[in-house]
Design a protein around this ligand. Structure first.
Ligand SMILES: NC(=O)c1ccc[n+]([C@@H]2O[C@H](COP(=O)([O-])OP(=O)(O)OC[C@H]3O[C@@H](n4cnc5c(N)ncnc54)[C@H](O)[C@@H]3O)[C@@H](O)[C@H]2O)c1
Length: 256
């Protein structure tokens, strides 16, 4: 999908990767960019900055997501591209409470399901549309020191694959962007991006570039850190060897 003339929704756009995506879509001459976030002040600031429309929305709430999609369809006639980008990282292992598991799964996974439920009927009726889901290299590999993040991102990748397989014939394009470390507030307090920063810490704008290119080329996987392709192939070729290599890495970076 090329962005020019498209109606786009971007979630988690008050900062970081979402803001960079929204800015990039405006630069590509999107017809409209609706930016959403739970941070009301932040999202109004970004909307003003890029000349988009702000929506305050908690993406873990299906009705809130549906409302944004309906409002956009009413105002602009359609949603061409929905970017499920909002996400949270909670560090830690099995000490995570059930509430933490629920919150992380609601935002990192269920928000993508809500988006698909809300957008698909309209997209299919109009002959197509696209989803750009911000997953993570942790969805293909693992995030040392963060079990809820790892599992939620694996689930988000599984959902995106299913969506592409099940609805591709209806003109639905799905692209997942899977970076390692990106310089956003998510990395605050993690020197050099920790283990995820071993191949370098990218800017959000660099991630947006790779995402826009993958969308234009109709590719499923957008890898801002190209090394991830190699790690993923290595994992598929010999899972046991990959686990051993990750165990060694965990020894060096116990906190991730
Ligand atoms: N920064 C990295 O190193 C990195 C690496 C791989 C993947 N990612 C993914 O990129 C995405 C964007 O994260 P980022 O790095 O820009 O971090 P960020 O913290 O700067 O941005 C996340 C945004 O999501 C918003 N948000 C959180 N919960 C929400 C909710 N329930 N409803 C609506 N908005 C909500 C936050 O307010 C924030 O503006 C996330 O899905 C994250 O997992 C980030």
């Amino acid at each position: 999908m090329h962005i020019k003339g498209k109606v786009v929704i971007v979630t988690g756009a008050a900062g970081g990767i979402g803001r960079a995506l929204a800015k990039r879509f405006q630069d590509e001459n999107a017809a409209a960019v609706v930016v959403c976030d739970i941070d009301a002040q932040g999202i109004r600031r970004v909307a003003d900055e890029i000349g988009g429309l702000a929506a305050v929305c908690d993406v873990s709430d299906f009705n809130a997501v549906k409302q944004v999609v309906q409002d956009t369809e009413k105002r602009f006639g359609r949603v061409d591209l929905y970017c499920a980008n909002a996400g949270i990282l909670v560090k830690g292992g099995l000490e995570a409470s059930d509430d933490t598991w629920q919150r992380v799964m609601d935002i990192n996974l269920m928000a993508h399901v809500h988006a698909a439920r809300a957008c698909l009927p309209g997209m299919i009726a109009r002959g197509g549309g696209a989803f750009l889901n911000t997953v993570s290299a942790a969805g293909l590999l693992s995030q040392i020191g963060a079990v809820t993040y790892t599992v939620s991102k694996h689930a988000a990748l599984g959902f995106a694959e299913w969506l592409a397989i099940s609805h591709g014939h209806q003109g639905i394009q799905v692209t997942v962007v899977c970076p390692q470390a990106v310089r956003t507030t998510m990395l605050d307090g993690v020197a050099d991006g920790g283990v995820a920063g071993l191949d370098g810490v990218l800017t959000p704008a660099e991630v947006a570039n790779v995402a826009v290119q993958a969308l234009a080329e109709k590719r499923f996987l957008a890898l801002p850190h190209p090394e991830v392709q190699h790690y993923f192939q290595h994992k598929a070729a010999d899972h046991d060897r990959w686990i051993k290599a990750m165990q060694r890495l965990r020894h060096k970076f116990p906190e991730g």
